[in-house]
Each structure stands twice: as structure tokens, then as C-alpha cells.
Design a protein around this ligand. Structure first.
Ligand SMILES: C[S@@+](CC[C@H](N)C(=O)[O-])C[C@H]1O[C@@H](n2cnc3c(N)ncnc32)[C@H](O)[C@@H]1O
Length: 234
């Protein structure tokens, strides 16, 4: 992972920032100033990566860093509001079992769901947020069997063991996410989408309005709806 490739010695220009943002360095394998530098030049090469990381590790690290940067720009971190979290919980009423939060951020949705008995996993690509959520779980004394935070790309994760899924992501990814969930989730699963609905799925119900609007979908209903739509992939 990028963390293992933390440059031993940052470039002189970025050394002060490097010292201040060691957490970010561990996460991205480059200091923030170098990431900004790379972004401003539309290149995926940050100076402290290209000049300091051992050559044989560089290529793989570049791929990882580029992937993480593109995922983070695709779906930035934005925590759910209190109302949004309450809306999610309303749409989960009467349900039990395993829940996956796709992009769990600081873990607030996971903690809310675990407090009513769900066995939760938060998938999060940003290691700093994962570390924060894990320490919050320890501080709250939540048993590890009830809540797990994993630093993992949910796109690369098989979600078939979850019968509840929550997602607060970005409008541009909802169509592709829908295809993945339809392939993997069991018939009895419910999916809760926050703020951004799935483009071609029929909603089971919705609560809230504006930025806090939240949508519930039952996979069995989505499948039977899509079976009637010509050329739809079910
Ligand atoms: C809008 S935030 C939502 C955070 C949290 N679910 C909440 O409601 O407060 C989206 C989160 O998804 C994470 N994320 C984006 N792409 C991801 C991926 N492919 N795998 C795991 N997490 C991802 C981001 O780092 C960010 O923390």
C-alpha cells in the first residue's frame, strides 16, 4: 500500500509541510504540497514521490496513489448531517442483520446503525478516516464484532454477505454502483442512498427533502421492475 512507500527524505521544498502532514504522507505516500504540485501540473507524479521513493517501488506506488486520488476526487469526504443520519435510520426501521456503509467516513452512519443492533462494516479508502473511526469505536466501547472499519476500496469488494447497504457518494457513480449491487446483493437486501438516487431504480420510499433526502430500494423490487424493462441488465 502507499503507506509503505513513505519517502525517507522529502524534497527540500516540501520538507516543512511533510513534517506537518505526516498522517497524509502515510496515507498517500506523498506530502500534500507535492500532491497540490502534481495536481496543478495535471500530472500524477508528485516530486517527493518521483525523487525519493525507491525505483522498483515507484511504479506500483504511482498506480496506487493515482487510484486513490481519483477515487477521492470522484467521491470526496462529506459527513452526513444529523437529519440525514436520522433519515437513514428511519428507512432501516424493522430491518436487522449485516450492514455495509460504502465510504464510511468518520463512521457516523455505522455507529448509528450499530446502536440499533446491526452488525456493521464501514468500507473506507481514506486511512486517516479509518483510523479516526476505529479510535472512536474504541472510545465508545463498541464491541469489535458489532462494528468493523476496513481500509478497502468497496468497488473491489464482494458485497454479497450484506442485506443492508448504505451509500452517500456522488451522482456520477450511482449508475455503476447500481449495476454492482444488482450483481452481488441477495434478494432480501435493502439499499439506502443518501442525497443521490439511483438513476433507473424504482424507490421503495423516501424521507427528508433537499440535501438530506434519503431513498430506500428493495433489491427484489428493483430486479422485478428491471426485468420488465427492455434491454435492462438484472
Ligand atoms: C460523502 S462521504 C460519506 C461519509 C459517511 N458515509 C457519512 O455519511 O458521513 C463519502 C466517503 O466515501 C469514501 N470513498 C470514496 N470512494 C471510496 C471507495 N472506492 N472505497 C471506499 N471508500 C470510498 C470517501 O473517502 C468518503 O469518506
Amino acid at each position: 500500500m502507499p503507506g509503505s512507500s513513505l519517502p525517507a527524505d522529502p524534497t527540500p521544498s516540501c520538507r516543512p509541510v511533510w513534517a506537518l502532514c505526516s498522517l497524509a504522507c502515510m496515507e498517500y505516500g506523498a506530502c500534500l504540497s507535492c500532491l497540490v504540485f502534481a495536481k496543478s501540473r495535471s500530472t500524477s507524479s508528485a516530486p517527493c514521490l518521483t525523487t525519493n521513493v525507491r525505483k522498483e517501488e515507484n511504479e506500483q506506488d504511482e498506480q496506487d496513489n493515482t487510484m486513490i486520488r481519483s477515487r477521492l476526487s470522484e467521491v470526496p469526504y462529506l459527513p452526513s448531517s444529523k437529519d440525514q443520519t436520522l433519515n437513514i435510520m428511519k428507512l432501516l426501521e424493522g430491518r436487522t442483520g449485516r450492514l455495509a456503509d460504502l465510504g464510511s467516513g468518520d463512521g457516523r452512519v455505522v455507529f448509528a446503525a450499530s446502536s440499533v443492533g446491526f452488525q456493521c462494516t464501514g468500507f473506507e479508502i481514506n486511512g486517516v478516516l479509518v483510523a479516526y473511526a476505529r479510535s472512536k469505536a474504541r472510545w465508545k466501547g463498541v464491541p469489535s464484532g458489532q462494528v468493523t472499519f476496513v481500509k478497502k476500496d468497496f468497488w473491489k469488494t464482494d458485497l454479497s454477505v450484506y442485506n443492508n447497504v448504505t451509500a452517500f457518494l456522488a451522482p456520477g457513480v450511482m449508475g455503476v454502483l447500481g449495476e454492482k449491487l444488482l450483481k452481488e446483493l441477495p434478494d432480501g437486501a435493502r439499499v439506502i442512498a443518501c442525497r443521490f438516487p439511483f438513476p433507473s431504480w424504482p424507490q421503495q420510499s423516501t424521507v427528508g427533502s433537499g440535501l438530506d433526502q434519503t431513498f430506500a430500494y428493495d433489491i427484489s423490487s428493483v430486479r422485478s421492475h428491471l426485468r420488465k424493462v427492455p434491454n435492462a441488465e438484472v
